[in-house]
Design a protein around this ligand. Structure first.
Ligand code: BG6
Length: 500
């Protein structure tokens, strides 16, 4: 269903004065424009509540691009001239009618072929209302394609996600809905598929005969910053596990699709989520650990605990850390734990996947009292991007000694950091009609039903918080989770096998 590679469209960004639009969307659109991946036939209507003129809005767009760009932002005036603004009331039909007429003029002026993208980059409570109005007030009645891009959170639990889905389905069909999970725009997350399916050496080993466990860690040094209000109702389980972490697990665990197209890839991911063992009630404590940061040191600076953050309840029971053990009950993965771990205010910012292979059947190097390190395949998602294969080789000059060696490939992306490029790729995918790296409703629903069991149990049972210091690797119980299975977490930051 790919369109041409230089798509034309009118893009309406709801929430155009917000953080996401300014930090990610405008710079990403600019990069597409600069690289020639956006045709001249595009226009953007920024939609938000506050009154702004087109000129003021264009100035904002330029500022946001300039503060993100590594160059001076040549042709920025030309780029910004494609931007228009509408001060909008999301509940008022008249405001939509005005927007409809404005869009029709711009369609004509920019020859967008009636293609429209509606990007909801704003408070989720309005997602449903906007979708319904877009339909009822005629904005989705177009000659070309119409697509809805929707940011997370997609609901708060399965029930609310279903309600939201029903609302947006009144205006858009499933294949017109692009649910963003920005991890699916990250270069190395996309690379999982290629590493697995374009190499003969991994796939034969990619199962419970050769892999002992898989660890997926996404740690942050930042706290909740100014997002306390949102985070209090979310916590790390809903904020990171329901989407990003489970998406990475699905990509790691899925069967090779029969074709690399949207339907086949999504359908294999869905099967993984369906095979995930349900964890509920008294099992939750055995499989999942939650944490909340207390005060501590980050880069030698003292930082306060979660309960002292703005808009946070001083008695808050919200988790800022989650570690869990997932089991995928199918032939390929039976018996292989997938450990996931994510937290705020941890000792470093790092997202990494470690695939640990089983030990060799016997150690021929026992005479020198060496314990051989297991083979590891490490996929570095961020901040560094690349893969490392950890092997054992001969210590120079002594064939009785084995020493760990690493084969590394560093995929140094632009600036070494892959946001906002993640958004750039996702926007481009959406414009070309490629929904592979967006989440299908079935994936969303299955992820919520898995996570709901855990959050319901946690809600009933208050935790002993805070239970980890800022700047640490999370609560001790997270180490115990693996120790019970005879494993341990590979370090969060630099993964030096020698030091473990
Ligand atoms: C977002 C969460 O989805 O992902 C944030 O809402 C989190 O709380 C962020 O900080 C992490 O993204 P990244 O790309 O920095 O790993």
């Amino acid at each position: 269903m790919r369109q041409n590679e230089q798509p034309s469209a009118l893009i309406m960004i709801f929430g155009a004065t917000g953080d996401l639009a300014n930090r990610k969307l405008f710079p990403s659109l600019y990069r597409l424009f600069e690289k020639g991946n956006l045709s001249e036939n595009f226009a953007v209507i920024g939609v938000a509540r506050r009154p702004l003129s087109n000129e003021q809005f264009q100035e904002n767009v330029k500022k946001s691009v300039q503060s993100a760009a590594s160059n001076e932002g040549e042709n920025i005036d030309e780029f910004a001239s494609h931007f228009y603004y509408h001060s909008h009331d999301v509940t008022d039909t008249n405001s939509y009618v005005f927007l409809r007429d404005m869009a029709a003029k711009l369609d004509e002026q920019y020859k967008t072929m009636g293609n429209r993208i509606f990007y909801l980059a704003m408070a989720p409570e309005f997602f449903g209302t906007i979708a319904i109005h877009l339909n009822e007030d005629g904005l989705t009645n177009v000659a070309g394609f119409k697509r809805l891009v929707i940011e997370k959170p997609f609901g708060h639990d399965l029930k609310s996600a279903k309600a939201l889905n029903n609302q947006i389905r009144t205006a858009f069909s499933e294949d017109e809905i692009y649910r963003i999970d920005h991890y699916l725009g990250k270069e190395m997350v996309r690379n999982i598929e290629v590493i697995r399916f374009a190499n003969a050496i991994f796939e034969p080993l990619w199962n419970n005969r050769y892999i002992s466990n898989i660890q997926v860690t996404s740690s942050e040094t930042l706290g909740v910053e100014e997002r306390g209000r949102y985070y209090e109702n979310s916590g790390a389980l809903r904020d990171m596990v329901q989407n990003h972490m489970l998406q990475m697990v699905a990509l790691l665990a899925m069967e090779p699709p029969i074709k690399l197209n949207t339907e086949e890839i999504r359908s294999e991911k869905v099967k993984v989520l369906r095979a995930m063992r349900t964890i509920k009630d008294d099992k939750v404590d055995k499989y999942f650990v939650r944490g909340q940061y207390g005060e501590g040191l980050i880069n030698d600076q003292k930082v306060s605990g979660y309960r002292e953050e703005q808009m946070v309840d001083p008695q808050s029971n919200t988790e800022t850390f989650v570690a869990g053990k997932l089991l995928i009950d199918n032939f390929r993965w039976a018996g292989v734990p997938f450990y996931i771990r994510t937290g705020k205010r941890m000792k470093s910012k790092s997202t990494k996947i470690v695939i640990q292979f089983k030990d060799i059947p016997m150690n021929l190097y026992y005479k020198t009292e060496q314990t051989l390190n297991p083979n590891l395949l490490v996929i570095h998602i961020q901040p560094e991007e690349g893969i490392t294969l950890h092997l054992n080789a001969q210590k120079t000059g002594n064939h009785m000694n084995a020493t760990p060696v690493k084969l590394s490939y560093a995929n140094t992306g632009i600036d070494g950091i892959n946001t906002p490029e993640a958004y750039e790729k996702l926007l481009y995918d959406c414009m070309r009609g490629d929904a592979t790296n967006f989440t299908h409703w079935d994936e969303v629903a299955l992820s919520w039903s898995f996570v709901d069991n855990i959050s319901q149990f946690w809600q009933k049972t208050p935790a002993q918080f805070p239970n980890y210091e800022s700047g640490s690797a999370g609560p001790k119980e997270s180490d115990v989770l693996l120790a019970r299975d005879g494993f341990y977490w590979w370090p969060i930051g630099d993964l030096e096998v020698e030091n473990c």
